[in-house]
Design a protein around this ligand. Structure first.
Ligand code: ZN
Length: 294
């Protein structure tokens, strides 16, 4: 898939480097030193492909049985996938967890179960879009409780997750568990990671342009009309918080799309179709809208 395309590209660049190096060597050194050309080319190829081969290794390695049990129990989306798609999902969780630092305040250890839930949210969002890249610079900080605008902890405060244009993604551990307890349309992991996708183009505007959003005709008009509807308390399955702005509308819609796809499809088929096009799947079955690129 994407990895194969990268292998082809890097192999072509490596061949070009090998030829150029060989020509340069021939001009200044004995003929037998031409062997340096292929060596330099191969060295370049190995270095360029190291992250990809690492990912492939991670994706192919079996995940712990405890992960599978947790995914089966807590992630209905995973349960609906075919065995090969489940395997790909597990690999996506493993790669996400390997490429992100996840820790608590003052570097406290986060329970593996919570990490797997975060990875599962990420794997859901990219399942139909394996070409999407998460920005690896973001650390993920898991707080034991919620907090307020001043950062004071306490479950009586209202903030369960937060992501800024730059900086780490913050979660409340309790709310992560709550989000995966039942598919009620609220899931802080899906919500905050939807913001991360949205912000990948540098703007929190509910339109993740970098991610082929332009392939969804009429998205901006759709957002405007749903914002008005939510503010008039007529937002269908979207909770009132979606009326905050277009970025929150997108993040809340993503939660409902993945957690209650049938409800969203029934109550707002236009929004459902837009999200199915963006994410390239129907979450009630895990079926892809378009096959993955070869
Ligand atoms: Zn939000």
């Amino acid at each position: 898939m994407l990895a194969r395309a990268a292998v082809r590209l890097q192999s072509a660049i490596a061949a070009a480097i090998a030829v150029v190096t060989a020509v340069l060597v021939l001009a200044v050194a004995p003929w037998w030193m031409v062997v340096l050309g292929p060596l330099v080319g191969l060295g370049y190829r190995a270095a360029a492909l190291r992250p990809i081969t690492r990912r492939e290794r991670l994706a192919l390695a079996p995940v712990p049985e405890s992960w599978r049990l947790l995914l089966s129990k807590r992630v209905p989306f995973y349960g609906r996938l075919t065995p090969p798609a489940q395997k790909r999902f597990e690999g996506d969780v493993a790669v996400f967890l390997a490429e992100h630092r996840i820790y608590g305040p003052q570097g406290a250890v986060v329970p593996e179960e919570v990490k797997v839930m975060i990875g599962a949210g990420a794997a859901m969002l990219i399942h139909g879009r394996p070409d999407w890249e998460w920005p690896h610079v973001r650390d993920i900080v898991v707080h034991p409780t919620q907090w307020n605008e001043d950062g004071e902890p306490g479950d009586h405060h209202g903030i369960a997750g937060q992501v800024h244009l730059q900086g780490p993604v913050l979660f409340s551990r309790k709310q992560i568990r709550f989000g995966f307890r039942k598919p009620d349309g609220e899931n802080v992991v899906l919500h905050e990671l939807a913001h991360v996708l949205d912000m990948a183009d540098g703007a929190a505007d509910g339109a993740p342009d970098r991610f082929a959003w332009t392939a969804v005709p009429g998205w901006e008009e759709l957002v405007r009309s749903r914002l008005k509807a939510v503010r008039r308390k007529n937002g269908g399955p979207l909770r009132a918080y979606a009326g905050t702005n277009s970025a929150e509308l997108f993040a809340v819609a993503v939660e409902v799309f993945f957690e209650q796809p049938l409800r969203l499809r029934k109550q707002d088929p236009q929004l459902y179709e837009a999200l199915a096009t963006l994410f390239n799947l129907d979450p009630d079955t895990g079926t892809l809208r378009r096959p993955l690129p070869a």
